[in-house]
Design a protein around this ligand. Structure first.
Ligand code: SF4
Ligand code: SF4
Length: 712
């Protein structure tokens, strides 16, 4: 990974009394160190990647504190790490993106929560839900309930987030249960400050070793018959202990206001949006002074019945602001109030939408309905006017355009090594017909958009080969599974390759070997070229490993294996055709080799800038289109989709169609040339080498060429 977190690491070193200024997710990282963690692990994913990325780079600081940091190969491995806290009084934290990561981790989480923990165990999940999300729209809440793990959803303010991390460990220890902290995208990226505390080194750590392992204790194994006892412990002992701790420590917050008849109960993570909505209605100020009392659930599971009853009793109605479906909190509050014989009306999903992100605009709509029923007046009118205004603004915006705007889906980066593979697949299908394509999670999923529109299914990270198993049985042509190297090491090796080998399946797998788990921020995988080579180059003995995908596949018995450079479109097309049509049975794997362009550019740009500043000769390659020969049929664009290969108005008045054009963003990956050759496109593409600080011979030649051109 070429991104540097040196500034963030300095913030992690802050001591008592100093002020931390920064992002929410980094505040969580700092809070872990202030809490005396012994170990941290995780699997990267939005919006919590930085937690682990920063810690992985902060080797020196972690070494001083004796904190063990592990970049786990998947979320199941991360969850299993928390097993250290079952038998030892050590605090540990792991992180991943939810809901997908929690699905992967759920086996280990069940087996962790059954025996429970004695050392604080905190799971920080990125609750990637809503309009900006990139995963299935489900809630971590369901996992917390099914496994009896407590769920913290902090009000997004840095001092509160930090407090909830610290209290999260204490809650876990007081109730012997793991605690999940869910952080929405907005909470991860909220900026603010808090007064730092000095980092704490744990009493048991990589620097303070345990002489002896823990004693054997069958009661603490997730294994029947003690699991029956665990079930009773969860609800007879751990949950009451958790409720007592939450109430005693005031983890949930009450913001009073003059309104007596109505009140709002909100998930902590939604608080800022709610205050913004109340502000629009004239019912709150920017500092959170509210006219309607608000009860903020920093802990959304378990609820503390007394707190809910106390807040609801005596009011005509309360509104539960709970994002996502189904309405777990609303159901629970309904039960709690019925049991306490409280007749306060409960509103929530009847006035707010069941699905989708609760932006302040959405919340404003729900609040307006609540006001109309219980407190009609100025604020309600303001809400209705606001909603009307939004509708009008949308209509005006639509009216400005003659036709609906075309969708603008995301695409591969400029020069991405994966784009040529899909160009080759397009060409191969022109020759042999369409095949079923199982796609996967990762950058290559961008090929599901135009101009490729590839993919018949996506079933999960590293699952493409496995997801084609059923289809293969009834398909005349061999299905093709696409997988990234990140997905291969995460899950694909076992669930896909191993299964195909066991069942001797006749399948085709394309592995995008770009060197990183690129879509999550270009973190290293076991086959990333670098660490070992770097150590050897620096004269140190190699401590890491650089396992290749190819040697792993060979070791598993894969016989038909080709490594093809992604930018060689003709070779890739031939390899794909052969894999799909060969009479050779068994699994056929094409390893598509080409480094992630994003990482490559991050590495090259500073080097190039340094060479230029030193007056050294630097050559940059670019491609271009000769508009005199461009026919304007745009078949090159349909084969590429590179954002720098676009169109422009032709200068020739006889050409009515726009011509193809390469902008200055071209990184000279070479795909344009390869496509022109492989698909026998028109000869309008040219390659130009731009030489900075040319030598004397080049200057002379340039002069000569200019003179000849002028004379012509
Ligand atoms: S991050 Fe790398 S692999 Fe992903 S789209 Fe960009 S260049 Fe391609
Ligand atoms: S050579 Fe073509 S595909 Fe590659 S970066 Fe330039 S315009 Fe894009």
């Amino acid at each position: 990974m070429e991104v540097s977190f040196s500034k963030e690491i300095e913030l992690l070193k802050l001591g008592g009394g100093q002020t931390f200024h920064g992002e929410g997710i980094l505040a969580v990282t700092k809070a872990l160190l202030q809490s005396g963690v012994t170990y941290v692990g995780g699997y990267q994913g939005a919006p919590v990647s930085h937690l682990l990325d920063v810690m992985v780079q902060a080797k020196e600081l972690m070494g001083e504190l004796g904190v063990h940091v592990e970049a786990c190969t998947n979320e199941a491995a991360a969850a299993a790490m928390l097993g250290a806290s079952i038998m030892y009084p050590v605090r540990g934290a792991v992180t991943w993106k939810s809901i997908v990561g929690t699905n992967v981790a759920s086996d280990a989480l069940s087996n962790l929560s059954s025996p429970g923990v004695i050392g604080g165990a905190l799971i920080v999940v990125g609750e990637d839900y809503g309009e900006g999300a990139s995963v299935i729209q489900e809630r971590t809440h369901a996992f917390a309930m099914k496994s009896a793990m407590w769920l913290v959803d902090p009000r997004p303010s840095l001092p509160n987030i930090v407090r909830m991390v610290e209290k999260g460990f204490e809650l876990s220890e007081a109730s012997n249960a793991p605690v999940i902290m869910e952080l929405r995208i907005r909470a991860c990226h909220v900026h603010g400050s808090f007064e730092a505390k000095t980092n704490r080194a744990a009493p048991i750590s990589a620097r303070q070793l345990q002489e002896e392992p823990a004693a054997f204790l069958y009661d603490r194994l997730a294994h029947p018959p003690v699991t029956f006892k665990h079930e009773k412990l969860k609800y007879d002992v751990r949950m009451p202990a958790a409720r007592k701790f939450i109430a005693d420590n005031g983890l949930n917050e009450f913001f009073d206001g003059p309104a007596k008849d109505i009140g709002i109960i909100v998930q902590g993570g939604l608080y800022n949006g709610l205050i913004r909505a109340l502000q629009e209605l004239g019912l709150a100020d920017a500092f959170g002074e509210t006219q309607i009392p608000v009860f903020v659930l920093n802990v959304v599971y378990p609820l503390v019945p007394d707190e809910i009853v106390k807040f609801a009793a005596g009011r005509k109605a309360i509104m539960i602001v709970e994002e996502g479906q189904p309405e777990f909190i609303e159901h629970e509050i309904g039960t709690l109030l019925r049991r306490a014989d409280i007749n306060t009306a409960i509103h929530g999903k009847d006035m707010l939408p069941m699905a989708g992100e609760y932006t302040s605009e959405v919340m404003l709509g729900g609040l307006t309905k609540l006001l109309a029923k219980y407190a009609p007046g100025e604020a309600q009118k303001k809400g209705e006017a606001y909603e009307q205004q939004i509708v009008q603004l949308r209509q005006q915006a639509v009216a400005k355009f003659a036709a609906p705007l075309p969708p603008r889906p995301p695409g591969f980066c400029i020069g991405c090594p994966e784009r040529p593979v899909f160009a080759a697949l397009k060409l191969a299908q022109q020759d042999i017909g369409k095949v079923h394509i199982s796609t996967d999670i990762g950058c290559h999923a961008l090929a599901t958009f135009e101009p490729f529109s590839f993919g018949n299914s996506i079933l999960g990270y590293g699952m493409s080969l496995a997801s084609g198993a059923g289809v293969a049985s009834f398909s005349a042509r061999r299905p093709v599974a696409i997988m990234g190297d990140g997905g291969f090491w995460h899950n694909g090796l076992l669930s896909g390759v191993s299964s195909a080998m066991l069942n001797e399946r006749d399948r085709v797998l394309v592995i995008m070997k770009n060197g990183y788990t690129s879509a999550t921020g270009t973190q290293d995988v076991i086959s990333t070229p670098g660490p070992v080579s770097r150590q050897i180059a620096e004269g140190a003995s190699a401590t890491g490993t650089e396992q290749t995908i190819e040697s792993t596949l060979r070791g598993m018995g894969v016989k038909w294996l080709r490594t093809v450079h992604t930018y060689r479109v003709t070779d890739m097309r031939a390899a794909l055709k052969e894999a799909i049509t060969t009479k050779t049975e068994g699994l056929k794997v094409i390893v598509a080799e080409g480094e992630c362009q994003l990482e490559r550019q991050r590495r090259i740009r500073p080097l190039r800038a340094k060479q230029l500043s030193e007056g050294k000769r630097v050559v940059r390659t670019r491609y271009g289109v000769d508009e005199d020969t461009c026919t304007g049929d745009h078949s090159c664009i349909r084969l590429s989709g590179c954002p720098t290969l676009t169109v422009k108005t032709a200068t020739d008045p006889l050409k009515t169609d726009p011509v193809a054009h390469v902008t200055n963003g071209c990184v000279g990956c070479g795909l344009c040339g390869e496509n022109a050759h492989a698909a026998t496109l028109c000869p309008s593409f040219y390659r130009a080498d731009i030489v900075s600080n040319p030598n004397a011979l080049e200057r002379g030649l340039a002069k000569l060429r200019r003179a000849v051109t002028r004379a012509g």
